[in-house]
Design a protein around this ligand. Structure first.
Ligand code: HPA
Length: 246
């Protein structure tokens, strides 16, 4: 049985279906993670929960200490990480409230601490990132969702942007030309750092708005919050379906 962690995104600072068994403060050599680790039971299985934006949702995407988060999870023996990410939908299929399990990512972020392999090295390290998500975990999520008849889209390319502002319409056009289907601010460097530390990492993305220039007008926080509530509810059901199988 492998140790599983869930990194909660926007709209998921608390896992309401988690029976909490403990909270632990950890510090890493890269500094403090976003919050203490919450240990608990989800449908009877032990999981660790870490809210990416902090317990009070105060850490913006570009300020998240991704290296500290991945390090503390690794240090407590986590092997599998399910990341929850709110995203904008770029292509027409990516409607609000859709749940998407991405299989590719393009990194448009900048100036984030994006690697563990940058100092004190005996040798330069280049990790393979051909398939940025753990295919075994992705397939477990997809199979569990299908089994419970929870609708999902099982492939997509995630455009990781710097934020915290949303994109211009021209930026979204460019991402679509590049082959991206969804856009979010937290997919990178988290996925790459997980790979560097040998963690099996996959994402459940929830579409909370049409990306810039794809909807009727401007993107509002009301729209995002409305879709988050319904989307996160589906995410919780998928977690309940998949966690026992890991
Ligand atoms: N763009 C970037 N990140 C996001 C979006 C978006 O439209 N929606 C939710 N996170």
């Amino acid at each position: 049985m492998s140790k599983v962690a869930i990194i909660g995104g926007t709209g998921l600072t608390k896992l309401t279906n988690l029976t909490i068994t403990g909270r632990e403060v950890h510090v890493s050599k890269y500094g403090e993670p976003s919050a203490p680790l919450t240990r608990g039971l989800l449908v009877g299985k032990e999981v660790i929960f870490l809210p990416r934006h902090g317990a009070g949702h105060t850490i913006p995407p570009h300020k998240v200490n991704y290296r500290a988060n991945i390090t503390v999870l690794k240090n407590v023996g986590v092997e599998k990480v399910i990341s929850i990410n709110a995203v904008g939908g770029i292509t027409t299929a990516m409607e609000a409230q859709r749940i998407v399990i991405p299989d590719q990512i393009i990194d448009y972020t900048w100036s984030r601490h994006h690697t563990f392999f940058d100092e004190g090295l005996n040798q330069v390290v280049h990790v393979d990132f051909t398939s940025p998500y753990c295919e075994e975990l992705r397939q477990s999520i997809i199979a569990a969702a299908r089994r419970d008849k929870l609708p999902i889209i099982d492939t997509a390319t995630y455009a990781a942007t710097q934020g915290p502002r949303l994109e211009s319409a021209a930026e979204i056009d460019r991402f679509e030309r590049d082959g991206c289907h969804i856009v979010g601010m937290t997919g990178m460097p988290e996925a790459a750092l997980a790979r560097e530390r040998g963690l099996c990492y996959a994402s459940i993305a929830v579409v909370v708005n049409k990306a810039a220039g794809r909807g009727k007008g401007v993107i509002t926080m009301e729209e995002i919050e409305h879709n988050l509530v319904a989307g996160v509810d589906q995410v919780k059901r998928i977690l309940e379906a998949v966690i026992p199988s890991l």
